[in-house]
Design a protein around this ligand. Structure first.
Ligand SMILES: N[C@@H](CCC(=O)NCCCC(=O)O)C(=O)O
Length: 250
């Protein structure tokens, strides 16, 4: 009998009052249900306290979410962050090894925004810490102070590279995406293949070359109103299909 795939969703550690909580954005959980036809399970950021190999054996896919916090630069030998930069060391210590283990174990992976940046760092890439301060790059941050519909509205095109996963799942050669990030790929990790580029040349999507299954990262937010955007939906559906296949094979 077929069952719905169980899809782990990464979490941030947030201080609520005097206590730490593990939280995930509502839109990611809903997109797992409506876009990937899976059951979302929040993965706490407890680092190696959880046996990740054992956890992966129970999961059919993993979604690495976006977050306002930045990956700590020591993970990619970057210079120290500016004072006041938001970090989440427990999330880093959970997601970075989990990404490597998931891809090695053939567990489908979709990384979004911070999750995309985590994938690049996990495989040895580096990040620009402030894309908007680098000559020749656009400002990829959301317009400050606007309502959320404007902030997550379509902002720029991406050019899909021929012959990759995106072309294979029928995405058009160019389409519009939202943009809600200050950091971005500086050096792409070895073994990652560019799937899409922004007009300023910033890497907007990649796949893990030679992965046993779907292993893709996107810098934008396809989870945002996933059902109403056919390109966003196609990415979630392709991810969900790979998760479903893993669920069916066990
Ligand atoms: N902090 C990083 C990553 C940006 C990111 O993931 N934004 C998402 C915001 C909240 C959400 O929609 O989940 C950067 O600034 O590049």
């Amino acid at each position: 009998m077929s069952r719905l795939p169980l899809i782990g969703v990464s979490a941030c550690v947030k201080q609520i009052g005097s206590k730490p909580y593990h939280v995930t954005g509502d839109k990611y959980l809903r997109a797992v249900i409506s876009g990937a036809s899976g059951i979302p399970v929040i993965i706490p950021s407890l680092g190696e306290v959880i046996d990740q190999e054992a956890m992966l054996a129970s999961l059919d896919g993993l979604l690495f979410t976006g977050s306002a916090s930045n990956v700590e630069p020591h993970h990619y030998s970057g210079s120290a962050s500016e004072a006041g930069t938001l970090h989440d060391s427990l999330r880093d210590s959970t997601t970075l090894p989990l990404i490597r283990r998931a891809v090695a174990a053939g567990v489908p992976v979709l990384g979004i925004c911070r999750g995309f940046q985590e994938m690049n760092v996990a495989f040895g890439g580096t990040l620009h810490q402030k894309v908007h301060e680098i000559e020749g790059f656009m400002d990829h941050r959301e317009p400050a102070g606007e309502p959320i519909e404007i902030q997550y509205g379509l902002r720029h095109v991406v050019d899909v590279q021929p012959g990759g996963v995106f072309a294979d799942i029928g995405l058009p050669s160019q389409f519009q995406v939202n943009s809600i990030h200050g950091q971005g790929v500086e050096r792409l990790a070895p073994g990652l293949r560019v799937e899409a580029l922004a007009p300023d040349g910033l890497v907007e999507a990649f796949c893990v070359e030679g992965a046993k299954t779907f292993a893709v990262g996107v810098q934008w937010h396809p989870e945002w109103q996933v059902e109403t955007n056919p390109n966003y939906l196609a990415i979630f559906q392709a991810f969900g299909k790979a998760c479903s296949k893993r669920a069916g094979n066990r």
